[in-house]
Design a protein around this ligand. Structure first.
Ligand SMILES: *Cc1c(COP(=O)(O)O)cnc(C)c1O
Length: 477
């Protein structure tokens, strides 16, 4: 593709004003938030790249569908529509709606896992692994080694290493592996896709051992796009045809509709097996609601059904993935270290390489995210030592190899001018990177600390002084 800009395949009908703030205000806001972007208020952010989850802009057609919500307790026509659309585009026989992806993960883990089981997967995702472990399984990472290296350029860095999978089967026995969880694309590897050839091979190998294959289909549309662009034999295939073939190499899937189904809330669990469906529909009543609504309003199911149809439009996904690549290319050209190749939903800055003078215990990625907010009101997320937490036995920090700042692009929300603003802010920070100092943690929650931990700048010529907060006073006292 020669053009760097892909014109938006939509025009703007409704606008939502965003905050325009001064640097002095942002200095104050980030100090009040304890230098943690999770603790900023949304109305303090000019460009919010915290996540692509549930942040999608819905279409006029989806909003119109919301007015056709059939809020009957059972047998809503919107459920029937959703069921028909999922059968058409994903190809599974049974669908159980859930309030979001983790609701589906909860049901799947409960109906398939026995204590002592193993669940292999291509890198973990936080909620997916938590549900597997909660039900007594051990997660085993069987992704290709290259996925852990931010600088290796491979077209399908999310692939499963079949040798690792075979080794696990030989070690623990197929009887203790109820299913393999294949994520398409791999979020924690930077949105890296899985090839069709790999899906086919994994499915064959698992079928030969009686192991089911369940996809984490959260970003399956972006994965289908990468197959079309990169895998031999698919250049002419439609996104819908690729999606259908991908799903034919699985026995079912969990889905977070908040990502590739283009809605703000919703999810589902699919399977072909009648017996598993029976079990899932018994449990969904306990955790989500009737099997015909699973924690969703009729209008939400209608929006998701319509979102699925829109998601397989090539122009939509081409624009989306190109936006990510555009931002990454602008940073790369300016000498800013980014994870390669660029995935489908975000750009990851390598904070260790950006701020080599800040040791990992001084939280380089957390520091960079805070500085980026002060620079231009851009909210990003730390994915490094703070997110990794502490080792339960030694009490020391986990020190992950990757110390990243994630700039996540919401679907259909921002324009290229917004992305230019983000790129220019990163470039300005990079020019004055030597002046950036690290942080120290002054409040640390015991679990999932990245959400609410508080920091203050290390002593030095940093402009902002943290004022004592309630937590600081508590710690001091
Ligand atoms: C977001 C996400 C989930 C969980 O979905 P929720 O809708 O947030 O509950 C599962 N897997 C992946 C890869 C995700 O990105």
């Amino acid at each position: 593709m020669d053009r760097r800009y892909v014109p938006e395949p939509y025009k703007i009908k409704v606008v939502e004003p965003i905050a325009v703030t001064t640097r002095d205000e942002r200095d104050r806001f980030i100090a009040e938030a304890g230098y943690n972007t999770f603790l900023l208020r949304s109305d303090q952010c000019t460009i919010d790249l915290l996540t692509d989850s549930g942040t999608t802009a819905m279409s006029d057609n989806q909003w119109a569908g919301m007015m056709l919500g059939d809020e009957a307790y059972a047998g809503s026509r919107n459920f029937l529509h959703l069921q028909e659309v999922v059968r058409t585009y994903y190809g599974f026989r049974h669908i159980v709606p859930t309030h979001q992806g983790r609701g589906a993960e909860n049901l799947l883990s409960m109906i398939m896992i026995k204590p002592g089981d193993y669940v292999p997967g291509n890198m973990y995702f936080t909620t997916t692994r938590a549900h597997q472990e909660r039900n007594g399984a051990t997660f085993v990472d069987v992704i290709v080694d290259e996925a852990h290296d931010p600088q290796i350029e491979l077209p399908f860095k999310g692939n499963i290493d079949l040798a690792k999978l075979e080794r696990l089967i030989a070690e623990v026995g197929a009887g203790r592996i109820p299913y393999l969880c294949l994520a398409v694309t791999v979020n924690l590897a930077g949105g890296q896709p899985v090839s069709m050839a790999n899906m086919r091979a994994v499915y064959r190998l698992c079928a030969a051992h009686g192991i089911k294959v369940m996809y984490d289909a959260t970003r399956c549309i972006e994965n289908a796009y990468f197959i079309k662009m990169r895998e031999e034999g698919y250049a002419e295939a439609s996104i819908a045809a690729i999606l259908k073939e991908m799903m034919s190499y699985a026995d079912g899937c969990t889905m977070s509709g908040k990502k590739d189904c283009l809605v703000n809330i919703g999810g589902f669990l699919c399977m072909n097996d009648d017996d598993l469906y029976q079990k899932a529909s018994e449990l969904v009543v306990l955790f989500e609601g009737m099997p015909s609504y699973g924690g969703l309003a009729g209008r939400d199911m209608e929006a998701m059904a319509r979102g699925i149809v829109e998601s397989v439009d090539y122009n939509y996904v081409h624009h989306r993935v190109t936006q990510c690549r555009y931002l990454a290319d602008r940073l790369d050209e300016a000498g800013i270290p980014v994870v390669k190749p660029t995935g489908g939903h975000a750009v990851f800055i390598d904070a260790k390489a950006f701020l080599p003078h800040i040791p990992q215990d001084r939280f380089p990625a957390q520091t960079l995210a805070a500085e980026l907010y002060v620079e231009a009101g851009v909210r990003a997320m730390e994915r490094g030592i703070v997110s990794a937490g502490r080792n339960r036995e030694t009490g020391d920090h986990h020190r992950p190899k990757l110390e990243l700042v994630r700039l996540t692009i919401p679907r259909r929300v921002y324009t290229y001018a917004h992305l230019d603003t983000v790129a220019e802010a990163c470039i300005a920070l990079h020019r004055r990177r030597d002046t950036i100092r690290g942080l120290e943690m002054v409040y640390e929650p015991k679990v999932l600390r990245f959400f609410t931990a508080r920091f203050q700048p290390l002593a030095g010529p940093t402009k902002v002084k943290a004022r004592p907060t309630a937590q600081l006073v508590e710690l001091a006292g």
